[in-house]
Ligand binder design. Structure first.
Ligand SMILES: *Cc1c(COP(=O)(O)O)cnc(C)c1O
Length: 384
């Protein structure tokens, strides 16, 4: 490894929140108000996200994983059902199906976009399949139209894990209304943050009602009975306590005002990386479908290992030593010990495994300065 490039003074993580004084003021405002949870800001935040995504309904949750759990519940997914999804995702996408006793079935990715390959989905469909769950990996929208067609033809629910893609666009439209339900996550590394938080957007009223039921213990208030028994409520299904707080919602509302700037800044950084790395024959820059605008939640470089003297591990360690917080997203889900122990040991998605062996995630987040971007470019190009 070359050693002439200097180490950064501070460690640059792969992703980080972008908060300002306005965000902090809004949170303080809630803390001084009478309602810190189940207050008015939840609905305001839900409305704002629904407007932004272009859907009729939005139901907020305590985190994105809870939101996915809710979406699978609303879709009627239950014991013995199957969902078809990508192995190139965070474990939460499939864990939420396991919570309901359903079985995730992994379908391979396209080796160019790294997203679910629509051409391989149909062969995974069985009589037990209930839903297709696509993931907008790195913030790049999937081929929604193709997946939508397959879901409709086979009468499956189409759920999108958009944890990476709030603010991204598919055919000029914001991500959110292409699938039957779409989840956004507000974890600090995601496009906007509420600390922890998640939401489901949908145009389907029945789903939105089920999501609300599930989020709050399976409890409903019955207007008729409330007339003579004003205290009355009843629990009609086994729900969870997955509610978002007003503290989170206030932060979300404030963050949402800045999303367009966040996405533009991420795109700017990505194009600087692309410019700097596209002529290097030892790496491949991410490729993008014509019809999408990526949110660039992650910037994934893939290494042409046959042209390199060093291993991915050596390159990874070198970059970390130089203060560049590289990462690897993701280990194919079925390779995790828990999944291996529940019957996935013979699963093999060739493209996902190939990508996993050669990928490396570079830092990308709105608060990165031009100097930070140059540091990454300098260190990375010094290797290649
Ligand atoms: C972050 C993430 C989740 C889970 O969201 P949380 O808000 O952290 O629970 C699910 N799927 C993907 C692809 C994610 O990146």
């Amino acid at each position: 490894m070359p050693n002439e490039v200097p180490k950064r003074q501070t460690y640059l993580p792969y992703g980080r929140q972008c908060l300002d004084d306005e965000d902090i003021e809004q949170v303080i405002g809630v803390l001084k108000s009478p309602m810190i949870t189940q207050g008015p800001l939840i609905e305001e935040f839900e409305q704002a996200i629904a407007n932004y995504a272009g859907t009729k309904y939005a139901v907020a949750f305590s985190n994105g994983t809870a939101a996915l759990h809710g979406a699978y519940y609303a879709a009627g997914i239950t014991k013995g059902d199957e969902i078809i999804t990508t192995p190139m995702t965070f474990v939460a996408t499939t864990n939420a199906a396991l919570y309901l006793g359903a079985r995730p079935v992994f379908s391979d990715i396209d080796s160019q976009t790294y997203n679910l390959d629509p051409l391989q989905i149909e062969e995974k469909i069985t009589s037990r399949t209930k839903a297709i769950v696509s993931v907008d990996f790195t913030g790049q929208p999937v081929d929604y139209d193709s997946i939508r067609k397959i879901a409709d033809y086979h009468k499956l629910v189409y759920i999108s894990d958009g944890a990476h893609s709030l603010g991204a666009k598919y055919k000029g439209e914001p991500v959110g209304k292409q699938a039957d339900m779409t989840m956004f996550s507000f974890h600090p590394v995601k496009p906007i943050t509420t600390g922890e938080g998640g939401i489901i957007v949908t145009n389907n009223e029945k789903y939105s009602e089920k999501l609300r039921l599930f989020r709050s213990h399976g409890i409903v208030k019955n207007d008729d009975k409330n007339k003579d028994q004003p205290w009355f409520y009843e629990m009609i299904d086994l729900g969870m306590n997955y509610r978002m707080t007003d503290i989170q919602a206030a932060l979300g509302l404030s963050q949402l005002k800045k999303i367009n700037y966040f996405i533009e800044r991420r795109n700017e950084i990505a194009s600087q990386y692309n410019q700097a790395f596209k002529s290097l024959d030892k790496v491949t820059i991410p490729s993008k479908l014509e019809v999408v605008k990526s949110g660039y939640h992650l910037y994934v470089l893939s290494l042409n290992l046959s042209k390199l003297e060093s291993s991915r591990e050596e390159i990874f360690r070198f970059l970390r030593r130089k203060g560049i917080g590289v990462h690897v997203h993701y280990i194919p889900v079925y390779k995790h010990p828990y999944y291996q122990s529940i019957g996935y040991s013979s699963d093999r998605c060739v493209n996902a495994e190939k990508l996993y062996d050669m990928m490396i995630t570079l830092p990308i987040f709105p608060k990165m300065t031009d100097e930070d971007v140059l540091d990454v470019v300098r260190v990375v190009t010094s290797i290649f």
